[in-house]
Design a protein around this ligand. Structure first.
Ligand SMILES: [Zn+2]
Ligand SMILES: [Zn+2]
Ligand SMILES: [Zn+2]
Ligand SMILES: [Zn+2]
Length: 312
């Protein structure tokens, strides 16, 4: 028999699966006026009816899971967009929680440099006001009132902060873990990074009265990490490291370093010293960390940091 180049088209399973204008099961097309719906998990095949989707499931299942995992990883390992800039100095906000202050009067997050500069200029109590909206600083009772008002507006930061006050039992609120979790969940659903991190931490360590559940911890850490929460990202790196997935661990650490995580930088340094990672990788991490510092540092912020503690 003569062996030559195949000139006729050989159709394969993956060909039909990748044709997004045909039902992956029965082959009916969009041109017939049928509204095809994509598989919600993998978004790489379409079906004309639910029955077709069910009929095709045994054959599609493996590919679907694989593709869904790839899609998830693509999102997970993307560098998250940076935090908003400080509305006063217009410079990128530091990632570290200590480097910024939430103002429940106007809902703005202001950098430590700007709040410090403002407070150090105030000579009288009347001058101790919000640098953004100029509302006087609140006492404890007023602070909670303002938070409640912001919560009515579905402000995720206010909801998260209230959760933390319940977890700690401060600001005149009695310690209540059930309520703390409720607020964290609410803020997390609104996409709040730290609320997702706190939930992850809770399931990771079993604190504030929940059962340890590593799968759930990972789920919330992932949501937090995709929102730029670097502690969550670092912990994911540690999970991967423990599971022996060195490449995935390094990817997480590197993304966290780019957003200013000194803990992840330490991890990469340790790997370099142990000969697990190359000097090039460590150098890249050092450069990325410096680039982050250059972006968030200012004289004003340095002054505040010198007085208090680490802000970047
Ligand atoms: Zn069909
Ligand atoms: Zn699918
Ligand atoms: Zn500022
Ligand atoms: Zn304000």
């Amino acid at each position: 028999m003569k062996r030559g180049i195949q000139t006729h088209h050989m159709s394969t399973a993956s060909d039909s699966e990748n044709n997004m204008s045909l039902c992956a099961n029965c082959g009916k097309g969009e041109e017939a006026g049928i509204n095809l719906k994509a598989c919600a998990a993998c978004k790489s095949v379409k079906y004309c009816t639910r029955d077709c989707q069910i009929a095709h499931r045994p054959q599609h299942k493996k590919e679907c899971k694989k593709r869904a995992k790839e899609l998830h990883d693509e999102k997970l390992f993307e560098q998250p967009p940076p935090d908003e800039d400080c509305p006063i100095c217009m410079q990128r906000l530091p990632t570290l929680a200590k480097g910024k202050v939430y103002m429940a009067c106007c809902g703005k997050i202001i950098c430590c440099g700007c709040t410090h500069a403002f407070q150090s200029r105030a000579t009288k109590k009347e001058e101790d006001i919000c640098p953004f909206c100029r509302t006087p600083m609140p006492d404890e009772e007023e602070a909670i009132k303002r938070l409640n008002k912001r919560m009515e507006l579905n402000d995720a930061q206010a909801i998260h902060d209230t959760g933390t006050y319940y977890a700690k039992g401060v600001y005149g609120l009695s310690q209540n873990y059930t309520k703390a979790l409720e607020f964290y969940h609410r803020a997390a659903e609104l996409g709040h990074g730290t609320a997702n991190y706190n939930l992850g931490m809770t399931y990771h360590t079993g604190d504030i009265g929940v059962k340890v559940d590593e799968k759930k911890a990972k789920h919330y850490y992932e949501l937090a990490a995709m929102r730029g929460q670097t502690d969550a990202r670092h912990n994911l790196g540690c999970f991967e490291e423990q599971a022996g997935n060195k490449d995935r661990a390094l990817k997480h650490f590197m993304i966290a370093v780019k957003d200013g995580s000194s803990t992840s930088l330490e991890s990469i340094k340790r790997r370099y010293e142990m000969g697990i990672t190359t000097k090039d990788v460590y150098d890249e991490a050092l450069r990325s960390y410096q680039a982050y510092l250059d972006e968030v540092k200012s004289d004003q912020r340095d002054e505040a940091a010198a007085l208090y503690s680490k802000y970047y």
